[in-house]
Design a protein. Structure first.
Length: 196
């Protein structure tokens, strides 16, 4: 019979991109929250101690996920050939910022803020896995609502949306300097962790 540690590892593996919420793991493994925390710590240490392991366990928004480790970022980037920080257009980054701070938000509301059509860049962000559709607004036409994904948090190395820089921090900028809300967080060679 497999150990609880082995069961945790295989559950996170088969859960893939979605990961598993703490409560689901507690029920599946028949443990309490404290024991789950101990199992996760042991599995994290086991993977970290193995120089031949390219996997890690991360914790985002009450969900555990098995992902590739930061040390394997370059080979994953080479495999997918999509460095987000280089390939995302300025308009896509602008839209991503708007969604991050104003979510849930419709395309029409994004267009109103920007003054231009955002359809193409929205599709790019969906394809990249940084945003997703999340229901429809209770308004004429029932437009789709967009929100950021857990992968957005993972990619920019945030634990939750509460970690985003405060907009107020940027309002006193008077030198006309452009501000990158994702600077130092979006470096693909440091933070690209493609889910396993």
């Amino acid at each position: 019979m497999a150990s609880k540690l082995a069961n945790l590892e295989v559950l996170l593996y088969v859960a893939g991109d979605n990961g598993l919420e703490e409560q689901n793991l507690i029920e599946l493994l028949e443990v309490d929250g404290e024991e789950l925390g101990q199992l996760v710590t042991r599995l994290q240490q086991k993977m970290k101690a193995d120089p031949d392991s390219g996997m890690q366990i991360i914790h985002i928004a009450n969900t555990y996920k098995m992902t590739t480790s930061q040390q394997t970022a370059k080979i994953i980037e080479k495999y997918f050939q999509k460095d987000l920080t280089k390939n995302l257009s300025q308009s896509a980054l602008e839209i991503l910022s708007i969604i991050a701070y104003r979510q849930p938000i419709t395309r029409i509301e994004i267009d109103d803020i920007r003054g231009v059509n955002s359809s193409g860049a929205l599709q790019t962000l969906i394809w990249r896995g940084l945003i997703k559709q999340d229901g429809k607004k209770d308004a004429p036409g029932h437009p789709k609502l967009y929100v950021t994904t857990d992968y957005f948090l993972q990619y920019f190395n945030y634990q939750s949306l509460a970690d985003l820089p405060l907009i107020e921090d940027f309002e006193d900028t008077t030198d006309g300097e452009e501000i990158d809300l994702f600077d130092s967080k979006g470096s693909a060679d440091k933070h690209l962790e493609k889910e396993g």
